[in-house]
Design a protein around this ligand. Sequence first.
Ligand SMILES: Nc1ncnc2c1ncn2[C@@H]1O[C@H](COP(=O)(O)OP(=O)(O)OP(=O)(O)O)[C@@H](O)[C@H]1O
Ligand SMILES: [Mg+2]
Length: 283
Amino acid sequence: MTVVQAERIPRIISMTNQVGGSGKSTSAVNLGAQLATWGYKTLVVDADDQADASVALGYMNPDALEGQKTIYHCLTEKDTKLQEAIVPALAGPLGADGTKPIDNLHLVLGSGEMENAEQHLTNTMNREMWLKKLLAPVKGDYDVIIIDCPGSLGLVVIGAILASDEVVACVKPGYKELRGLTRIEQKIELVKEEYEEFGAHAELTGVLLVDVPTHRSQGAVWDDGKKMAQDAYGDLCLPPVRRSPRIPESYAHQKVLIYFDRAGDATADYMAVAKGLGFKRQK
Ligand SMILES: Nc1ncnc2c1ncn2[C@@H]1O[C@H](COP(=O)(O)OP(=O)(O)OP(=O)(O)O)[C@@H](O)[C@H]1O
Ligand SMILES: [Mg+2]
């Protein structure tokens, strides 16, 4: 008797902010690892030319992997399927002693060549649909798909929003940073209005404050920032991620927090973020 595996219906979540260095990649990989540990089949899509999500999940230089496709090949080559750019996420650097794949966590390899993506997309038909089309044949294999977006509001990000059900805006606390979130909200609305007929339906479902100082001496605005976020975004505010030196350290070691510092504060914070988004350990 053949057992046919039922198609999954994933939650597709874009981690966005047009501002660079706002914790998108850190949050994409650590939320992804937490969900995978809880039993969700999870795919992280590295859509940024800095390829930070790929680095954090074990792949220091994806473009140098011989014969391996990346997201850029999928974007630019008609016959390359997204499946060919999917690799197991690793709990350590590729090729290092003892590095193992993380159960339930896959990665669409990023590429430095994505810096040419905007230019490529400009001359492409249905350019805003690029990621939705690529994801269509693989999405039934996953419970959650997390897209790590570049820090811009160009065609790559529009494509990510169009492919998503949800957008989580990552932001460092501060007046300027929080004000910038209005632009993301406007962009989501714009994409929904313009592409409704193509199924655009993403909602802003979370505002995630990251790198939140734990002492007033680390920044005069830290609790003001939290209050501002709360005032402006209310229930959308996810549990914040505290400032922790373990976060840049874990990136430098190419290990997600749950493998780098399992009992640490930052790991606990990302677990709280996962709960805040309504996820829980699967039986
Ligand atoms: N909670 C935290 N505590 C300390 N450092 C943090 C924290 N969160 C993020 N960082 C650091 O802030 C920097 C930016 O984070 P990250 O790369 O995740 O942002 P990003 O939004 O993906 O940036 P980009 O727009 O460049 O892709 C990194 O050096 C990261 O290690
Ligand atoms: Mg990033």
